[in-house]
Design a protein around this ligand. Structure first.
Ligand code: FES
Length: 217
């Protein structure tokens, strides 16, 4: 009894609190570390660029942003990344310019962009939705969820909805397997998604997209 009183005495309580705080901090550092490891290991090659930061494509700007790779051998992929980061996609009109810059044929530039699925060839929608297709999410019903999402948006992977609101992509593990099945909208992950919850989420996002379209008029 006396021991128990001592343990809960002021200095020991403080020690215990410090111990548990450190323990919790350690645990979340471990979790964060593991999460970023998984994200860097399994995230698709291109991070989801924020639509707000995307620029309207012009050949002049495209030529300008890839200049830094000019004299670097084998930098075509880096230049394509830069274009996608800037405009959200690689415009057809940039192909001849890239061919010239890297001394390769236009067909070769086409070959590289079509080989890597992460390079988009058309302007992405207002929101990019990535649906996890990896094992843990599969085990928790991502296949049925994917079918429901495709049906609801009426578009397939690598496509954009007719209203320009959503682009649908696959992803392999978002590092949030405990809350499968997962999707990611731009940079925000949503866990334990169901067909119904997706319906609500996409309706909210569509409303937001509509408001921002009206605001920009
Ligand atoms: S399998 Fe890990 S988040 Fe889907």
């Amino acid at each position: 009894m006396r021991r128990r009183t001592e343990w809960f005495g002021s200095s020991n309580t403080l020690k215990a609190l410090k111990f548990f705080t450190k323990f919790e901090q350690g645990r979340s550092t471990y979790k964060d570390g593991r999460r970023s490891f998984l994200l860097s290991r399994y995230q698709p090659m291109m991070p989801a660029a924020s639509p707000a930061r995307l620029q309207e494509f012009t050949l002049e700007l495209a030529t300008h942003v890839v200049q830094e790779f000019k004299d670097q051998p084998g930098a075509l992929i880096s230049a394509l990344h830069k274009l996608q980061e800037t405009f959200g996609y690689v415009d057809e009109a940039a192909m001849p310019m890239l061919g010239k810059l890297f001394n390769v044929s236009r067909a070769e530039v086409h070959g590289v962009t079509s080989f890597y699925h992460d390079f988009r060839r058309s302007k992405p929608g207002r929101y990019t939705i990535r649906v996890c297709q990896a094992e843990a999410c599969q085990a928790m019903g991502s296949e049925a969820l994917t079918a429901a999402i495709k049906q609801q948006l009426d578009c397939d992977f690598h496509e954009t909805t007719a209203d320009g609101n959503f682009t649908l992509e696959k992803v392999y593990c978002l590092g949030n397997c405990a809350c499968s099945p997962n999707i990611m909208v731009d940079k925000q992950t949503y866990g334990r998604v169901t067909a119904d919850s997706f319906k609500k989420l996409s309706a909210t996002l569509a409303d937001k997209a509509q408001l921002s379209k009206e605001g920009s008029k």
